[in-house]
Write a protein that binds this ligand. Structure first.
Ligand SMILES: [Zn+2]
Length: 281
């Protein structure tokens, strides 16, 4: 073979190799495009893709939602579930629990009132059929009164998440179990029937993040919400008693008299009523 023929042959081989490399790279790029379904991560992909931030596997992504409003027909955990504080080291999340959590038989469940207060926690669930359909009128009007008072101080309070049905809570909780494992999920998300949001008496405010505690709004709420009939339901120093992490954004409507009594007692609701908050199944 002549030298020029060798050169031509080499050139052809080079072009062939480069073309293969190009198409291989192009194919990989296609596979990783944002339209492709990621193999892991948030189920509907909305939160992570909207913000461009990868979701920390142990952390619900709702804190990244700017206004907490649901934007699609699909319930977005951003709008409906609290986020653990960034300082909390959650347990390893590499072993999700894909099995459906057990729930108590429906016929054994009935609402629990203690001293006229509807109790919803890990020990006292609501039946699936308990459905006020939204925040109660009393709770809602108390919130708007509080919101107006805050506004006069130049503060902006808004409802990020109010009423949640049993079924919505069930799907949210299952998602968190699948992603983080049940033990981790139980620290920040209620099992179906055990969410105060099903009572129509609980509200998640503003950003639903632990940072809310350090905002002027968060500090004002902590100091004044009792005047409007609300309590901070999950205080920082009562985690072992309430069974939930500190949630500065979650307020519970009790009515003025009970809220004032609980606030001034320095106790959380479980201590005040002398009850537990522990799952027994
Ligand atoms: Zn809440």
């Amino acid at each position: 073979m002549s030298t020029s023929a060798k050169r031509v042959l080499l050139a052809i081989i080079l072009v062939f190799v480069l073309a293969n490399a190009f198409f291989a790279a192009y194919y990989i790029t296609l596979k990783q495009s944002p339209d492709g379904k990621p193999s892991v991560g948030p189920e509907n992909g909305t939160t992570a893709s909207v913000t461009g931030q990868a979701a920390y596997p142990g952390q619900p992504t709702q804190s990244q939602q700017p206004n907490g409003q649901e934007q699609t027909g699909i319930p977005d955990p951003a709008a409906t579930e609290p986020a653990p504080p960034s300082t909390t080291a959650l347990p390893e999340t590499t072993v999700p629990a894909p099995t459906a959590p057990q729930v108590p038989p429906e016929e054994t469940v009935s609402p629990t009132y203690i001293g006229g207060i509807l109790v919803v926690n890990k020990s006292y669930p609501l039946p699936r059929s308990y459905d006020p359909g939204g925040l109660t009128d009393e709770c809602e009007s108390a919130f708007y009164e509080m919101q107006a008072a805050a506004e006069e101080e130049g503060l902006d309070l808004y409802i990020a998440s109010g009423f949640r049905s049993y079924d919505l809570q069930a799907s949210l909780y299952q998602r968190y179990c699948n992603r983080d494992g049940q033990a981790a999920a139980d620290t920040y998300s209620a099992r179906p029937g055990h969410s105060e949001h099903q009572s129509g008496l609980a509200i998640d405010l503003n950003t639903i993040t632990s940072d809310f505690a350090y905002t002027a709004e968060g500090q004002w709420v902590a100091e004044h919400c009792w005047e409007y009939g609300f309590i901070l339901r999950y205080p920082a120093d009562k985690v072992d008693i309430t069974g939930y992490m500190y949630e500065p954004w979650h307020i519970r409507y009790l009515g003025r008299s009970a809220a004032s009594a609980v606030y001034h007692s320095g106790l959380c609701l479980e201590e005040y009523l002398g009850i537990d908050s522990v799952y027994n199944y």
